[in-house]
Design a protein around this ligand. Structure first.
Ligand SMILES: [Zn+2]
Length: 445
């Protein structure tokens, strides 16, 4: 079985003015929730093939039917959505293949998506019924791209890349063009992943423990550009990073952990750029030349982006996060993750300051939170809340276990993290130790 879920997306075109129909995904969706994207979805077991999947998704999501029916289309759509009817088979020529893309490894949910171009059949209208999607709209491609640049439209990265590729072309040419271009993208070691204007994500294998094996570096800026984190220790992954980061003005290390700094010296030497970090991180990186210290309150002007440096210790001393007010972006590094909870180990972490840092970033207006591990999320505040609740629950469990007479860290780990592997238990012991230090400092132990 493929490790990727098969999916189909449709570029629905209005041939009269070459507009494209874009849908707003509900924020509650696990994959790309809150983003504006193309209609489409995963292959159903009942789908006869990928083309049928595309036609079915298009009909379910927009009501546009690429075939004939004797039934009232709205009634048919209701019945299809309720699982009581099937979308009629479509005429092959109504869906033109337009290439494939595979979700890069930043996301635990990975899709092998086939794209198709469909021209809106005469007499039909596209209309979203709220549910998995909030709304849908026709866009002239240039207008959509300009709205994205102004920060008014949050396009999913593949949707943005596709719109750029087809922006000056007639809808009749989209399919052929995309097929050629997406084939080229597939050959690239690191595909272009744009989450916002001037924000490119570069997920690389940084040899962390799964599910945090991949770490997202970012190249940020619309004039001068800065690289956030240089993680990989593997020479091949380092090569990829060096290639993509050519031309940046500096590299900022968000903290000192190995999966964030593994390529820092090489990036400094081979690109000839300075390395910046917080003072407290620099002290934990012997042997690495840090050219400049940055701290809370520093503002980095990177073209149209203005990054506010936030010193957010707790996960690590000298941990930095970055907030961009215009597009309301928060580069959270390892304060939170969308794929796992993060370790607060007592040698360099501190649970109480970690929680204070979380409370601090919770106050910021954030539309898109970009973590180091896992996909960026439009529900940053919910994620921070969940993380705080998770910590509070763990503390409660710890107090209960202590009250029940458990005294030994191993005993506590076995109790609180029941059923865990030996590897997880070792990490759990570190978490528990951090929890005990916090309770002792607060006079609660
Ligand atoms: Zn870390």
């Amino acid at each position: 079985m493929s490790e990727f879920a098969l999916a189909a997306s449709v570029l629905l075109a209005r041939p009269s003015d070459d507009a494209i129909f874009l849908v707003h995904r509900s924020a509650s969706l696990r994959f790309m929730g809150g983003f504006v994207a193309l209609p489409g979805g995963k292959v159903d077991p009942a789908d006869t093939d990928i083309r049928y999947c595309a036609a079915r998704e298009l009909f379910e999501e927009t009501g546009v039917l690429l075939g004939n029916t004797t039934v009232n289309p709205s009634d048919l759509r209701r019945a299809v959505l309720a699982g009581q009817a099937k979308v009629p088979d479509i005429a092959e020529e109504l869906l033109q293949p337009a290439g494939r893309l595979i979700t890069p490894p930043f996301s635990p949910m990975r899709f092998d998506t086939s794209f198709f171009v469909a021209l809106l059949p005469p007499g039909q209208i596209a209309e979203v019924w709220p549910g998995e999607l909030d709304s849908g709209e026709w866009w002239h491609i240039r207008d959509a791209l300009n709205a994205w640049k102004r920060g008014e439209l949050l396009l999913s990265p593949p949707t943005y890349s596709i719109l750029e590729l087809i922006s000056d072309h007639r809808s009749h040419d989209w399919a052929g063009l995309l097929q050629r271009e997406l084939d080229l993208v597939a050959t690239r070691r690191v595909p272009p992943i744009w989450f916002s204007p001037g924000v490119r994500m570069i997920p690389l294998d940084c040899a962390g423990l799964p599910p945090t094996q991949f770490m997202n570096s970012f190249i940020v800026g619309t004039g001068p550009r800065i690289l956030f984190d240089a993680g990989p220790a593997d020479p091949g992954e380092q090569e990829a990073l060096l290639e993509e980061a050519a031309g940046v003005q500096g590299v900022i290390l968000t903290h000192h952990h190995p999966d964030h700094v593994g390529a820092a010296q090489r990036v400094r030497d081979e690109l000839g750029i300075p390395v910046w970090s917080h003072f407290d991180a620099a002290g934990r990186l012997p042997g690495l030349t840090i050219d400049r210290f940055i701290d809370d309150g520093t503002i980095l002007s990177l073209g149209e982006l203005e990054l506010h440096v936030l010193h957010t210790p707790g996960h690590a001393a000298g941990h930095l996060a970055f907030w961009e007010p215009k597009h309301r972006l928060l580069f959270a590094s390892d304060l939170v993750s969308t794929v796992s909870s993060l370790i607060i180990a007592p040698d360099d972490g501190d649970l109480a300051t970690y929680i204070a840092s979380l409370h601090r970033i919770q106050e910021l207006p954030v539309r898109l939170l970009l973590p180091s591990h896992g996909p960026p999320t439009t529900r940053g505040h919910a994620l921070i809340n969940r993380t705080l609740e998770h910590r509070a629950r763990r503390e409660e469990q710890l107090l209960v276990a202590l009250a029940a007479g458990k005294r030994d860290i191993r005993e506590l780990a076995l109790e609180l993290y029941r059923g865990s592997t030996e590897e997880t238990l070792r990490l759990a012991e570190l978490q528990i130790e951090s929890g005990l230090i916090k309770l002792r400092r607060e006079g609660r132990l």
